[in-house]
Design a protein around this ligand. Structure first.
Ligand code: NAP
Length: 332
């Protein structure tokens, strides 16, 4: 038995290709004092991974060439010299794209695998769920009766954002790519409406779905969708900027928002957010999301892919082509 690790081989240009990473084999690592070893079962594939391999100023340092790729993952503690973590504990943390990880417990969350399957703890009950929870409630500050629009609405973050906004009594409109995703968002997740941005009539379709204008726009994609939404924002609207996935693989600096004038005329507040900002409130998010999930108010879906570590780059790229349906997870 050995450990297999996906390491960054070079800085990607545009879409990630297989040669940007290399698979290395090594001994299964032994935990030192106060450390434990996790056998990873599910690696979370997150859009941010494309940014983590760029050597640019960001909220975390870039993954170094030769370093194991950063990733959230969930697994089981296999051997422990840390009194807070016992063999058999189910855990979630930044364990990397590999089979075994060593940790001292920092920013590791013990999860209840009897409450929800392990893969859900890197999805709707994990980091994407916490992002939706804090991003919408703290930055978006939706009020009952307001209209909330969210892009990438069928995905890991967007699906939770919309359902929380429904719980808070808002009129909720999703934006997603394709009829099947829109059907899922409306019929299964219970949004009031969903607009297919690939349908060619985004502005008119959005106007019909949000006739009173938009009070909160939870931004996951950027680009033309942002420009269209900006023109329909209500006065004193809020735009939590959670992600800009449409530009993550850009090889040239993307054009800025053309309709920034709306920020001025409608007195909008656009604010970026990084889930780490609420690291000390993660237990609150887990408790509330778990409660809603148990009550059937929060539906969560994972898109679990087989193929193990060899499939890492191919599966990751599904995020940037819209090929995933729900939280994208790699079984390893
Ligand atoms: N700030 C934070 O702390 C934080 C934390 C987690 C995630 N995020 C951000 O949240 C966003 C959603 O992440 P997620 O994990 O929930 O992913 P996801 O929504 O499950 O998957 C990504 C989705 O983005 C959409 N997309 C891809 N390229 C697009 C394009 N060019 N134009 C419009 N839509 C496009 C696709 O959906 P369609 O088929 O509908 O186009 C795709 O399925 C990302 O921007 C991510 O970076 C931020």
């Amino acid at each position: 038995m050995s450990n297999r690790m996906v390491k960054l081989a070079r800085r990607p240009k545009g879409m990630i290709v297989r040669d940007d990473f290399r698979l290395e084999e090594g001994a299964i690592p032994e935990p030192a004092d106060n450390q434990f070893r996790v056998k990873i079962a599910y690696v979370s594939l997150d859009p941010a991974m494309r940014g983590w391999v760029n050597d640019t100023k960001s909220y975390v340092p870039p993954v170094a060439i030769g370093e194991t790729m950063r990733a959230y993952a969930a697994g089981i503690v296999e051997k422990s010299n840390n009194p807070a973590f016992k063999t058999g504990d189910a855990v979630q943390g930044l364990f990397g794209v590999q089979n075994y990880a060593i940790s001292d417990g920092s920013r590791v969350v013990k999860v209840d695998a009897s409450q929800a399957p392990l893969q859900r703890w890197v999805g709707g009950l994990g980091m994407p769920g916490w992002t939706a929870y804090f991003g919408l409630l703290e930055v978006g500050q939706p009020k009952a009766g307001e209209t909330v629009v969210v892009s990438a609405a069928s995905g890991a973050v967007g699906s939770v954002v919309g359902q929380i906004a429904k719980i808070k009594g808002c009129h909720v409109v999703g934006i997603a790519g394709g009829a099947e995703k829109c059907r899922y968002v409306k019929d299964e997740l219970g949004f009031d409406a969903c607009v297919d941005y690939k349908g060619g009539n985004l502005a008119a379709d959005l106007k019909a779905a949000a006739p009173k204008g938009i009070d909160v726009y939870f931004e996951n994609v950027g680009g033309e969708i942002l420009d269209t939404v900006l023109m329909q924002m209500n006065v004193f609207g809020r735009i939590p900027v959670c992600g800009l996935i449409s530009a993550y693989n850009a090889t040239a600096v993307p054009e800025g928002p053309k309709n920034l004038r709306a920020v001025l005329t409608q007195r909008l507040r656009m604010q970026g957010l990084i889930v780490f900002d609420w690291a000390n409130r993660v237990p609150e998010a887990i408790s509330q999301l778990g409660q809603w999930h148990k009550e059937g108010k929060l539906k969560i879906r994972e898109d679990v892919r087989e193929g193990g570590l060899d499939a890492f780059t191919d599966v990751l790229n599904l995020l940037y082509t819209g090929g995933n349906m729900g939280k994208l997870v790699l079984k390893v």
